[in-house]
Design a protein around this ligand. Sequence first.
Ligand code: HAM
Length: 452
Amino acid sequence: MAITRPKGTNDLLPPGSPKLSPVTSAAAHIWLTETARRVLERAGAQRIDTPVFEEAELVKRGVGDSTDIVRKEMFTVYYFGDHGGFILRPEGTAAIVRAYLQNGLKQLPTPLKLWTSGPIFRAENVQKGRYRQFHQVDYEVLGSADPLVDAEAIALMVDVVRELGLKEVRVKLGSIGDPADREAYNAYLRELFTAHLDRLSDDSKDRLTRNPMRILDSKSEGDQDLIAELSVKPMLDFLGDEARAHFEAVQGYLKDWGVPYDLDPSIVRGLDYYRRTAWELHHEGVGAKSALGGGGRYDGLAEILGGQATPGIGWAFGVERLLLALEAEGVELPQTEGPLLYVVALDEANVPHAAKIAIDARAVARTEFAYRAMKPGSAFKDAERRGVRWIALLGSQEIENGTLSLKNLQSGEQRVIGVSELAAFLEAEKQTSNFSHNPQPTPHNPTPQESP
Ligand code: HAM
């Protein structure tokens, strides 16, 4: 039997592929990441990249022992003779903080804004918008505890989705307080749920001892019914004075700047490192429980990882979920354009000559050539399938004269130019069309085929 890709992963495919969808379009991924890069770098963020695997200890300590990610969803990597424990990264934040500490990035101007993108791995139950390998765009700010940084981070996240063309996005904003506030809240939850122990799922019984707040995030219906019946008080009711003042300051900035948000008094994020500001971005089209992205402040994380205290805040988007949301809103992604020029020899002997002209022309614009001689009829058909703008048919006559006979496949216009004029011709054409060296994304294909 033919070997297929692992469940919960996607192949990212070129334009025209039969199984193309927004989620599986390589060009759509490039376009999305490029759009995010533009917005983030405009705000002063700089690129950072960390390995896709890290010490297990980093993930366990960073993300937290009580989280589903650490308890159920880690991909562990072994190799012959290893010491038994690397993890494919299930998120980017802990690794970025590690890299900040390890590489002395504290010496760079503060606050330091970093961004990254790439594959993330979680062994989850696979469904639409939930994969085992997915991609994130991640933004982190290190070195400042100022609520102004929180508000800016949230505003930037909203800027990215706007720049992508998404409209129906809601920011759900809350605070999970300082550690002492959370202890008080956990004590309240422990008491409340202990009285109903028999109704809790096994996972949540375990959470009750480790981190009762995690019960609120439970995927079990029984747990969620109980939570609704008990009218559990939200975390926000337990904020101490400092966390409350911080949260109010963040909201003040957002209101001043006209960044819309909904208050979510009982937000629980799926990672343990958060404190104070926490938020998620939701979209109707991706399903009520599926966030497009989420983030929060994590001032204690650097110390948990064994480093010097360093305040931090950040967020991450799920790239596939953004693409699903764009599809749900019917947002057209920019069209992929084919080559600006396609050079086809009419005789086998002239193929290398056509190749040389095309290869030289690449200094200016996207140019391809046919590897076989073709008759004009098949050359035009072939060029159309490739989305070519200008075709040059090369016969012995043209080669002798040093000319090219060009035809524009969209307008039908015909031109004869000297080979020496080709670079200038392509340069001018590039200005009038949107041709560039960068691949452009494909339009949305309405038949998504991505795996679960
Ligand atoms: P997170 O909420 O775990 O946060 O993940 C961020 C986003 O990744 C989610 O909102 C979702 O769009 C996407 N995502 C998560 N799991 C999956 C999955 N199985 N399949 C597809 N998409 C998924 C973090 O990862 C934090 N590191 C964010 C952060 C940065 N906080 C501070 N700085």
